[in-house]
Structure formats: C-alpha cells, structure tokens
Design a protein around this ligand. Structure first.
Ligand code: FAD
Length: 453
C-alpha cells in the first residue's frame, strides 16, 4: 500500500534531523524520515573500541571561541557533551623521520614556512589562470619547487589534506573562532542528534520510538512530477510525498544508488560531478601499554616517509581518555582507499612497522584495530565534500537548487561550512525553512484559487 506525507526526508544524519526539527517547529509534523542504515547519525557515528567510545566520523567541533557562536558548540554545551581542547599546531614540532629521530624544530618550522609560501603562490597562480596570462607567468616564475623530501612531503600532506587555514581563510574559523574541541563522550557525538530528534520524535530510554522514523529503508528511486514525488525503497515499499528533502551525501549523489525519473537536468548532474569527494579515515589502534610521549604539546605527531600520506598523521587519546592506550592514525584519499581494500591485519602490520620506525623495535603489538570504510559504504561513498579551491558560489548553488519537489540538503549544500557538522546542521535548517515557505505559498495559492470560484 502507498502512504502519502506532505514531506519525506531521506537520511537521518545531522542535516535530515535539523530539517525535521524546523518542519515540526512550523507545524508540519506529518513527516516521514527514511534512513538507509540501522541508526540515525550518518557520518556522526561512535563505536565502542578498546573500552571507550571512539568517533569513526566527525570527531571535532571545529570553530569555537570567535565572534559568532558555533551552533553545534551551543548544542554541545546545552546537552553537557564532554569535549577536550585540541591543538594540532604543535604537530609540526613532533615530526619523526624513519630512524626515529625528531626533526629539529628550527628545520621543521623552516620547512613549514616554505610550504605555506609555496601553497600561497600556487593559489595565486590558480587565481591568475582565471584572470590574465601575464599574471599566470608571473605567478609561475614565483612558484617554489614541489615537495620532495620525506619532511617536505609530510608537511605538504598536513597542510593540504588537513588544514588550509594558513593559506586561505576558512569560513568556519573566520566566523566561529580558531579553537577546536575533540568530542570525548561515552554517549558519542551522536548524542547531540538524539537530543535534537527528541524535540520532535517520541523517544523512550534514549531510543527513538516513532513510526515517522523508518530505519533500514534504502531509497532507490525518486519519481518526480508536478503532482509530487514517489519514493521507492529497496525492500519494495512505495511512499508518496508533496516534497522530498534529500540529504544523501555528494558521494551518494555521484553514485547510482538513487535513480531519478525523469533524470536530473544536466546543469544539476554536471555540478554534482564537479564537487570532489574527500576520503578521510581514522584508524584506531589499541595497545597493552603506552610507549609514546604524553607531555603537553605531544598529542599529535607526524611520521615522515618517502611516500606522501603514508601513515603520516598520528594522535594519542590520553587527553580524551587517560589510560585508554589508544592511538589514532589518519589516512586520506588514495591511502584510505588502498587500506579499505585490504584486510585489517595487513593494515595493522603496516602501522606497526611505522610505529617501530618511530619508537624502536621493542614496542608491543596492537591488540586491536578499527578501520572505518567510508569510501566503500554505499550510503556514504566518501567522507565529505571538497569544493575546488577556485570555485564560485555557482557550483554549490546548482548542487543545492531544488528540482521539482526534490529539495537537496546536507553538508555539501552549505556555502560557507561544507565538510563540517555545523555545515550539515545549518544546511538542514535552511532547507527546512525553504520547504516550510514553499508549503505556505502552495496553501496561499490554493486558498486564493478556491476564493475565485
Ligand atoms: P550524513 O551524515 O551522511 O547523513 C545522510 C544520511 O542519509 C546518512 O545517514 C545515510 O545513511 C542516509 N542515506 C544515504 N543514502 C540514502 C538512501 N538512498 N536512502 C536512505 N537514506 C540514505 N565534521 C566536523 O565538523 N568535524 C570533524 O571533526 C569531522 N570529521 C569527519 C571525519 C570523518 C571520517 C567524516 C566521514 C566526516 C567528518 N566530518 C567532520 C564531517 C561531518 O561528519 C559531516 O559534514 C556531517 O556529519 C554530514 O551530515 P549530513 O547530514 O550532511 O550527511
């Protein structure tokens, strides 16, 4: 049988939940949320590992302490989420070479400065490409050489695959401040989403018990016309709605998981293809004891290898969970995909070799490993959107623009904060408001039509 709702929300990540909350606040409570996985949260997801709760997806509340307040930081404060201040600017002073020696801070600082200058020159060069040829040549001659040594490669990796803040202003830090807080709460970062969901869905004992939220519902087809949208799920169910809010990630939109009938217009599919998908993987390793330094300024450390991005960026979890004996190593893009495709024992072996380079042959083996697979997860297909550095608002506007009754939301539709939890949160609010507005206009039109008769 087919059920009809005014609004169907596809996806129960932060954007889907915040959109639902806005609808409910505006009296639109007859909604349906279809979520492909078996839980809410999406890319906000924690798991028990080595006796504590670790965040496989978003881990930090980024952008705190500035002139404006980060709405996710507000939610965290309100619900008493446990966080700890995180400062990875020190990472550049904890760079190990393959023989386990720490690179002298002067040398590291020098190399870092050069890398920042080079990145700025590159950026100018790119901008010039968009303007005139004289500037291109000028920028090109100013361009320092590309990174070659393990140290240069390591610094290039942290600069480009983590932080561009020193090269280009990032709205998150400009608007909300430069501090970052690591979520270290047994209830998980997702607790914020449960709190939000609680405001408009029925819950009991920290569980959502509301038949407006349907888990394990994989949407495979959206048929849209002027009369509304028909939603088909993998288990053969059909739902009808006047409007659909689609929060699936940019990676999912690029995949063939959801087919659109009729197909999406070309301006839309072309825009979707142009947005890059970043893969970001945090690998967790549990040890019987600590063998790494834990003094202040040592939370983050770097391994310099001749292969760029090879187990480069490390963090110990002693600040978050003292005594947990857990290390986290972050891989991105190509390295993430490579590791996702191999058995975890292989990854464990590689990571142990790297750690033995840094800390000597006598360190104990890890007793457990956790390797998230965001790239191979067909409901994610990557970690977050990454707009080309030189792109105007046109691209994100096209990705966000509704098609018939389908409204697109999610972090990738946030013009200022894509790639962040607060980006998803604010995008959901904006989309929720747009749908409320649309429904209001529809009903005004209907009313005036009836008056005319
Ligand atoms: P999602 O959370 O992906 O929600 C979309 C939902 O749609 C998912 O639940 C998915 O299962 C569902 N779905 C997809 N397809 C279908 C379908 N066909 N049918 C039904 N449901 C479907 N942000 C930060 O602010 N700080 C960080 O430190 C940080 N680190 C990160 C680290 C990693 C490893 C990752 C992966 C992300 C990180 N982010 C971070 C980004 C942040 O997690 C995201 O920007 C945000 O959670 C995205 O929310 P969303 O609602 O847009 O999408």
């Amino acid at each position: 049988s087919t059920s009809r709702s005014p609004v169907i929300i596809i996806g129960a990540g932060v954007s889907g939940i915040s959109a639902g909350k806005i609808l409910a606040e505006n009296g639109i409570e007859d909604i349906l949320i279809l979520e492909a996985s078996d839980r809410i949260g999406g890319r906000v997801r924690n798991e028990k590992f080595g006796g504590v709760s670790v965040e496989l997806g978003a881990g930090w509340i980024a952008g705190v302490g500035g002139k404006e307040s980060n709405p996710v930081w507000e939610l965290a404060s309100k619900s008493g989420l446990r966080t700890c201040f995180s400062d990875y600017t020190n990472a550049r002073y904890n760079i190990y070479d393959r023989s386990g020696k720490i690179i002298p801070s002067g040398v590291a600082a020098d190399s870092y400065k050069k890398a920042v200058e080079s990145a700025i020159a590159n950026l100018k060069n790119l901008e010039a490409t968009n303007s005139n040829i004289g500037e291109v040549i000028k920028a090109a001659t100013e361009l320092p050489s590309s990174p070659k040594t393990p140290l240069e490669l390591a610094i290039d990796f942290i600069l480009h695959d983590f932080e561009m803040a020193e090269v280009e202003p990032i709205s998150t830090y400009v608007d909300f401040g430069e501090r970052e807080f690591l979520v270290a709460d047994e209830r998980g970062y997702a607790h914020l989403l449960y709190k939000m969901a609680e405001e408009f869905l029925s819950t009991s004992d920290d569980k959502i018990l509301d038949n407006r939220l349907k888990l394990n519902k994989v949407v495979r087809e959206l048929q849209h016309s002027r009369n509304g949208v028909t939603v088909k799920t993998e288990d053969g169910c059909v739902y009808e709605a006047n409007y659909v809010i689609l929060s699936a990630s940019i990676g999912v939109l690029q995949s063939d998981l959801i087919s659109f009938k009729p197909p999406l217009p070309k301006w839309k599919t072309e825009a979707i293809e142009k947005c890059d998908v970043m893969v970001y993987t945090k690998i967790f390793l549990k040890f019987p004891c600590k063998f790494w330094p834990c003094s202040p300024g040592k939370e983050f450390f770097i391994y310099a290898h001749e292969r760029r991005g090879y187990y480069t960026f490390w963090q110990h979890m002693e600040n978050a969970y003292p005594g947990s004996n857990i290390l986290v190593v972050t891989l991105t893009n190509g390295e993430s995909k490579r590791v996702e495709a191999q058995p975890d024992e292989e990854t464990l072996k590689e990571a142990m070799e790297v750690l033995r380079d840094m800390f000597g042959p006598d360190i104990p083996n890890a007793t457990d490993i956790l390797v998230p697979r965001w790239w191979n997860n067909r409901f994610q297909r990557g970690s977050y959107s990454n707009y080309p550095i030189i792109s105007d608002n046109q691209l994100v506007n096209s990705i966000r623009a509704p098609v018939a009754g389908i409204f697109f939301t999610g972090e990738h539709t946030s013009e200022r904060f894509n790639g962040y939890v607060h980006g998803g949160y604010l995008a959901g609010i904006d989309t929720g408001k747009a749908v409320v507005e649309k429904i209001r206009k529809d009903s005004e039109r209907n009313n005036s039509e009836t008056q005319n008769f």
